[in-house]
Design a protein around this ligand. Structure first.
Ligand code: 5GP
Length: 196
């Protein structure tokens, strides 16, 4: 088991409805030393890539993206989920369905922060059905920018997102892939390292 898998076993909670709760170290309270280790691991996995920007989505992706950005020395852009008075000018907008909130969200990025010169690493906390990621990919492509890679903390391998995104040809690196979990027993099975 790697460092993140060990932490998930120690502090993750399996909920009904295929939800893995990791709010004690990732989604609410954040363990910054763990995030630091994740950032270093993303740097190692995308070492050969020319990356000049990190893109994530509010809210849970932001912490991981910021710590990862310190390893790449690049800025972070986070997509917003709702219009606000602080968003002005032309915008890229994609529609995504939220797995946890069971609703549709808009994903919005101001055009001034993403353009054809950008080589983007997309970072997010979870990958389930891939809707959030597909929205972010859509926005990068609408900007004429390049997706250099996608870094995910926890992929739920029994849901379809990972397969869809890999089939599209993207380098998708998930630090932990959960292939099965049981809310009754609390057990979690990870995909073995060599099959990732
Ligand atoms: P997707 O769009 O891939 O279906 O879902 C990804 C988003 O839903 C993530 O950004 C994450 O916020 C949320 N999510 C999906 N599954 C889980 C889960 O099991 N636990 C938690 N904490 N968040 C999840």
């Amino acid at each position: 088991m790697n460092f993140l898998e060990e932490r998930i076993v120690k502090d993750g909670v399996v909920k009904e409805g295929n939800v893995l709760k990791v709010d004690s170290f990732l989604n609410h309270q954040m363990d910054i030393e763990l995030l630091e280790e994740m950032g270093g691991e993303f740097k190692r996995r995308f070492a050969g890539r020319h990356i000049n920007k990190i893109l994530t989505i509010e809210a849970s992706g932001i912490g991981i993206a910021c710590i990862t950005a310190q390893h790449f020395h690049v800025p972070v852009v986070f997509a917003k989920k709702s219009q606000s008075i602080n968003l002005d000018g032309e915008m890229y907008v994609a529609e995504v369905e939220s797995f946890t909130h069971k609703c549709k969200n808009h994903v919005i990025v101001a055009q001034k922060f993403l353009g054809p010169e950008d080589h983007v690493l997309i970072i997010d906390d979870f990958l389930a059905n891939g809707c959030a990621l597909q929205g972010l990919i859509q926005i990068v492509q609408a900007a004429g920018a390049t997706v250099e890679g996608i870094g995910i903390a926890i992929e739920k391998g029994f849901q379809s997102g990972g397969r869809i995104i890999r089939n599209l040809g993207f380098q998708l690196e998930s630090l932990a892939i959960v292939d099965g979990m049981d809310a009754q027993t609390g057990s979690i099975q990870f995909r073995p390292q060599e099959e990732k």
